[in-house]
Design a protein around this ligand. Structure first.
Ligand code: COA
Length: 399
């Protein structure tokens, strides 16, 4: 048994295409500052015809495999709410296209945007009980709402892969957590829909209630006090949500929320999400990576409070401390290349992709259109069987 367990490597992947929210604002005759300033989003990653949660997850894991030894991984937990099959786990497709060895257990987890944290906690338990275990956790989603709906500017797509081990190089996960479940209908996606339904204002309220419940539970289980934290990182369906959440946490702890101070504290966790959009399960981990990669100061020894929220709803508050030397295991230049390397598309191209769907009548389709730039793509579907392929990443992504 050990409790020195945590994130040994962490990597981001996103799509090859991007829409500036100014383009969407113009199409809807809305002031672009409603998106840029009001909800805190500047761009959204858009999945091309040949991109889905499998191609994104494979790319994120490959980034880890390129720099860290993943041999000996015996578990791959993939969290998503935009899976590609009702039965087969997306992680099994990832396992296949990456050519991982057969002695790996693979499973998919779902609870809206929370499931990545469930996977992380399960991974932690596996490694705590046997420190020789290594677990790959992937949080990945393609966030899609109806055109013209309130959620439309908060779409996005991306994956975060994390390698969980004993004696981790980046973030040590601390044992105390606080949890909260509440059966509410704030955001959901029935099986027959490709786009999510959301009661936007109510979802903000439900998020706040969940934060309050999880924080209260965390403190009741001997969790650290508010003043023991150096940073906080929140699930960000849109980046401004983190500011609202943190103001609520400050108030819960008897403080007075100064907007400018909160914006400064949240800023480093929002840099990447602001450019990618909502990635559902991955969003909080995109925030963590953003914090670790964009703050120039050495964060070694700093404690980060993490609040993970999944509508419906489940919330969990947990914490981690940054491991000295973590910078040596991150690659902010690669992340910048991945973001800057996306191809900007216009409103018409975005609408085409929003409507694009694979056949649902069993007919085959070969996907010739190439949007993916990160080494993995969906090449088509043959009699309801998805076909994935690996290719040499474009030089923009290789850096
Ligand atoms: N300049 C600057 N700010 C502006 C603005 C402008 N021109 N126009 C509006 N704003 C601000 C508003 O004041 C508001 O700020 P506030 O939240 O601090 O009050 C913000 O922009 C949003 O405006 P609002 O009128 O509330 O937008 P909306 O009715 O389109 O709804 C959401 C916003 C977030 C509810 C909507 O985008 C949504 O449903 N998103 C999905 C929610 C989600 O993902 N939930 C998942 C569960 S967490």
């Amino acid at each position: 048994m050990t409790d020195h367990v945590g994130i040994d490597d962490i990597a981001l992947a996103t799509t090859g295409l991007v829409v500036d929210l100014g383009v969407l604002a113009q199409a809807h005759s809305v002031d672009p500052d409603k998106f840029y300033v009001g909800i805190g989003q500047s761009e959204m990653s858009i999945a091309g015809e040949d991109e889905d949660v499998v191609s994104l997850a494979a790319a994120a894991v490959q980034t880890i495999a390129d720099r860290t030894d993943i041999s000996g991984v015996r578990t791959l937990l993939l969290a998503t709410e935009t899976g590609v099959d009702q039965s087969k786990a997306a992680g099994v497709f990832v396992h296949g296209v990456l050519g991982l060895p057969p002695n790996v257990r693979v499973v998919e987890l779902k609870q809206a945007c929370y499931a990545g944290t469930a996977a992380l906690m399960m991974a932690r338990s596996l490694v705590c009980s046997d420190p020789s275990e290594k677990v790959l956790v992937v949080a990945v989603d393609v966030a899609k709402y109806d055109v013209g709906s309130g959620g439309e500017p908060t779409q996005g797509a991306g994956a975060v892969a994390m390698l969980i081990t004993a004696d981790p190089s980046i973030l040590r996960i601390e044992p105390k957590t606080g949890v909260h479940t509440d059966d509410v209908m704030d955001f959901w996606r029935p099986n027959h829909r490709t786009t999510a339904l959301v009661d936007g204002k109510f979802s903000i309220e439900a998020y706040m209630r969940s934060l309050e419940g999880a924080w209260t539970d965390y403190r009741a289980h001997d969790g650290f006090a508010y003043d023991d934290f150096d940073h906080f990182c929140y699930h960000q369906p849109f980046t401004k949500m983190a500011n609202k959440a943190h103001a609520h946490l400050v108030a819960l702890n008897g403080g007075d929320a100064d907007k400018a101070e909160i914006a400064e504290l949240m800023g480093p966790t929002q840099t990447y999400n602001r450019r990618i959009g909502n990635t559902y399960t991955a969003s909080i981990y995109v925030g963590l990576l953003s914090l670790l990669e964009t703050v120039p100061a050495d964060l070694a020894g700093h404690r980060v409070g993490m609040f993970s929220y999944g509508s419906g709803s489940v919330g969990e508050f947990w914490s981690g401390t940054v491991v000295p030397g973590y910078q040596l295991h991150l690659d902010p230049e690669l992340t910048a290349t991945v973001l800057d390397g996306r191809k900007a598309i216009d409103h018409e191209a975005y609408l085409h992709l929003h409507d694009f769907a694979l056949p649902i009548d069993g007919t085959s389709m070969k996907i010739d259109e190439r949007a993916a730039r990160n080494g993995f793509r969906l090449a088509g579907v043959d009699a309801d069987r998805r076909q994935y392929e690996r290719f040499e990443p474009t030089s923009a992504v290789l850096g």
